[in-house]
Design a protein around this ligand. Sequence first.
Ligand code: SIN
Length: 288
Amino acid sequence: MNSEYRTLKAIPVSREVGAEISGVDIAAGISDEQFSELKQAFSDYGVIFLRDQDITPDQHIEFARRWGEINVNRFFQPVETHPQIAEVRKEPHQKANIGAAWHTDHSYDQIPAMGSILYAREVPELGGDTLFSSMYAACDALSDGMKKMLLGMRAEHSSRHVFGEQAYVDKDVEDVGGRLGNTGAATQDAIHPVIIRHPLSGRSALYVNGDFTVKFEGWTKAESQPLLDFLYQHASQNEFTCRFQWQKGSMAIWDNRATHHYAMNDYQGELRLMHRITIQGEALGAAD
Ligand code: SIN
């Protein structure tokens, strides 16, 4: 994490993950040089945070397209006028939020999302922070024995149990209030290495998550769950994390292959409205 930048400043917010970036104004325009430094910072820190961005949905989309092809989320309510943008909304009367468990986005796709660009339109007075955890740090801290076993393994991921019809049996449909839907599209299943070679950095990263990983390939669910539970607990320990406090106009750009995130649900009675664009990634190979 020691790149030199010429057009921006990056201040790390924790030892393992995350940096606040200054000197970038998306609405005013970003040069190719500055964009390539932003990408370098994204690779260096796993998640980067920008403050005081005053952008329209069109500018959000234009900025996102510089990172890659937009991968439209199938299940979140889209912004009515801009279907490329997913709404992450919680109204004052709603109890549940979206994303209140450690996860990474879209791992149920065989070609999972590279990253997500989340922009704060309305934030509560206090609370509603997002936590990030480094999957590089989680991987590095495993014992040699555990790493050796996991390096030969793959895991199955799915959208069915989270966004499919069956998932709604356990949800308060009134409270969901149209924020999630399209249950018929929840048919994705994917298999990924448990420890991936990160396509940008070349580093080894742990790639299982509590929302979408179902089991290890060739193992039963009952056999898989205890080890998965250990890995989730291991991956979310405080030492690997950072916490971002949002303001209106803040933006987080995170790497879904290098981090997990967790949206705090501690602002009952207040509105929080975020716009999220997800960027297409590539198939993931195993570390060796
Ligand atoms: C998400 O899980 O993508 C949403 C994160 C957040 O709202 O902070």
